[in-house]
Design a protein around this ligand. Structure first.
Ligand code: G3P
Length: 223
């Protein structure tokens, strides 16, 4: 499973990339609004340079012509750009056109297997089911991931399932168990993946015991 960071924060991306297990980044207008800057293309370019892997850049438009125009502009920034397009009929027209130009796409705001099936038929590179927002609405977000993994395998679609709107580490584990290709997550959850209280306790114990060995060694050398 690939790990993507769901953020437009350059410090978080640098920090996560330095750990060596980051594969890509997804951004959106809301994530960009949380940061100070207003130059989205410049931020995207910098993210691409840091990560060297897929970076989703979201279009903001209602009609396919404008989505295609924005998508082509993003794609010129870097070979790593993936154009993020909302799951609407106009969006699917844009996906079809951009895919034909070999521009990678990520269909976002997917809340059902039906939508994911349409996106795959349009030629999307990635589909982003929003797990957390479905759970928040009292539905089972992970079921959409399970359905899409199953459907894509059955029909040999190459569209990758990108589990998005992840709220906690168990979402990542469950998406991995179901065979999702990617999980995109906030930095806080990425950090949580590394942690377990028993690991911390274990390190403390080993350090304490090793200090005892060193003390004994010092005493033996003095003798
Ligand atoms: O990648 C999509 C993601 O940003 C949505 O997450 O937490 O706003 O539901 P959230």
């Amino acid at each position: 499973m690939k790990f993507f960071l769901d953020t437009a924060n350059l410090d978080e991306i640098r920090e996560a990339a330095s750990l060596g297990v980051l594969d890509g980044v997804t951004t959106n207008p809301s994530l960009m609004a949380k940061e100070d800057g207003d130059d989205y293309p410049a931020v995207l370019k910098e993210i691409c340079d840091i990560v060297g892997g897929p970076v989703s850049a979201e279009v903001v438009a209602d009609d396919s012509d404008e989505m295609i125009r924005q998508g082509r502009t993003f794609a010129r920034l870097s070979e790593h750009i993936v154009v993020k397009i909302p799951m609407t009929p106009e969006g699917m027209k844009a996906v079809k056109t951009l895919s034909a130009d070999d521009i990678k796409t990520n269909v976002t705001l997917c809340f059902s297997a039906n939508q994911g099936l349409v996106a795959a038929k349009a030629g999307a590179t990635y589909i982003s089911p929003f797990i957390g927002r479905l759970d928040d609405a009292g539905m089972d977000g992970m079921q959409v991931v399970a359905d899409l993994v199953d459907i894509y395998e059955r029909y040999a679609f190459t569209t990758q399932v990108l589990a998005a709107s992840i709220r906690h580490p168990m979402h990542v584990v469950e998406a991995a168990r179901l065979g999702a290709d990617v999980s995109t997550m906030p930095y806080k959850i990425f950090q949580q993946l590394f942690k377990h209280p028993l690991t911390d306790i274990g390190i403390e114990l080993f350090n304490r015991d090793w200090a005892k060995v060193m003390e004994r060694r010092k005493a033996n050398v003095r003798r």
